[in-house]
Design a binder for this molecule. Structure first.
Ligand code: ZN
Length: 367
């Protein structure tokens, strides 16, 4: 077993959402001059660049991967959606859902992105690497089986999980989604199943619009195997730690997965333009360490971190770099220049007490 593997592909940075102002386009907003909307390649490319500049990348394995196949996609997505996506991609691009635009060739890039996740999962399950990070773009956690949503075109993580079931007999898997937006796609795909525990901690009523969801626990065979932890806007480091200690880690312990996958959006950071939370790079380092410690107790450390959202081009790289340092156990000379400022901006004790009460109430409702 050899350390941490990092999966990326230059072509994923070429995915283009077209001309948007943040995520808006239409009659009443001036198009940006020469730049594109929130989901630019830069937040992710700058993470890659930072890991190269710090020397961290040299200490990670960088294995090859391949795009997912039509057979892989058909385990999750209806053939009609795959065909429509491919045809629209071939003829110039478009938007087949809600806020999920793509340009010509978007289908092939999305298949490469999902392929990074698939190979990360297979290589960790085989024991080739202790753990892995997939720099996926486009992201996947909002994508429904039959409709793309929120910059997500394919359900990267479910496609990878089902490929691993088919190829190496993976059984129980837990997905912990700490992207600041609700992991509604992953939830919907596994809502009736007990072979994947889906957990999403997110800003309440953020995206999809108006969503909260603590009461959604799964149904049928899946009853009890979906867990949402919606936190109020303005939640910070301590509230996230408390929610993990009180709800998320105990849920993983009860489930005893064979593999843990983190849907690692980095958009709960303090300056993200598409959310209102207050995490910083040390928050993401600590969350990574907590999940690693849990994975080592439950499933031999088998852990795959999959990059999801994160739109603060200047700050996502520091959060992702902290995750990578945590995963690999390596420490570089990189200093987060905003850390002191974001630590000083954390909620006061009264607000934190209120958040803890909310989390205690959620935990009580789950018991
Ligand atoms: Zn997000």
């Amino acid at each position: 077993m050899h350390g941490t593997a990092f999966y990326s592909d230059e072509r994923t940075f070429w995915h283009c959402v077209g001309v948007q102002a943040l995520f808006l386009s239409g009659d009443w907003v001036q198009p940006p001059n020469g730049s594109v909307g929130a989901d630019t390649p830069d937040s992710k490319r700058r993470l890659l660049n930072l890991a190269q500049a710090s020397g961290l990348m040299k200490r990670l394995a960088q294995p090859e991967s391949a795009p997912v196949t039509i057979e892989d996609l058909c385990r999750i997505h209806p053939r009609a959606y795959i065909d429509r996506f491919k045809a629209t991609s071939d003829t110039g691009g478009g938007d087949l859902g809600q806020l999920a635009p793509f340009s010509k060739g978007g289908f092939e890039i999305a298949a490469i992105s999902a392929g990074l996740v698939k190979h990360a999962v297979l290589d960790v399950l085989s024991g080739k690497f202790a753990n892995a990070y997939a720099l996926a773009r486009p992201a996947g956690h909002h994508c429904l089986a039959d409709m793309p949503m929120g910059f997500c075109l394919l359900a990267n993580i479910p496609v990878a999980i089902e490929a691993a079931r088919a190829e190496v007999g993976l059984k129980r898997v837990a997905v912990v989604d700490w992207d600041v937006h609700h992991g509604n796609g992953t939830q919907s795909i596994y809502y009736n199943r007990d072979d994947c525990l889906t957990i999403s901690i997110h800003q309440t009523h953020c995206f999809p619009p108006g969503y909260s969801g603590a009461e959604e626990r799964g149904q049928g065979q899946g009853a009890g195997y979906n867990l949402n932890v919606p936190l109020p806007a303005g939640s910070g480091h301590d509230s996230y730690m408390y929610a993990f200690e009180t709800i998320i880690i105990p849920a993983l312990e009860a489930y005893r997965p064979d593999l843990i996958i983190v849907a690692s959006g980095l958009d709960a950071n303090a300056v993200d333009p598409l959310a209102r939370m207050l995490l910083h790079s040390e928050s993401f380092r600590r969350l990574t360490e907590m999940i690693m410690e849990t994975a080592s107790r439950l499933c031999g450390g088998k852990l795959v971190v999959v990059h999801e959202g994160g739109y603060a081009e200047s700050y996502v790289p520091f959060c992702g770099h902290a995750v990578l340092e945590g995963l690999s156990g390596e420490r570089t000379d990189v200093v987060d220049p905003a850390l002191d400022m974001f630590r000083a901006q954390q909620p006061d004790q009264r607000t934190l007490a209120f958040h803890r009460q909310l989390i205690d109430e959620m935990a009580a409702a789950l018991a």
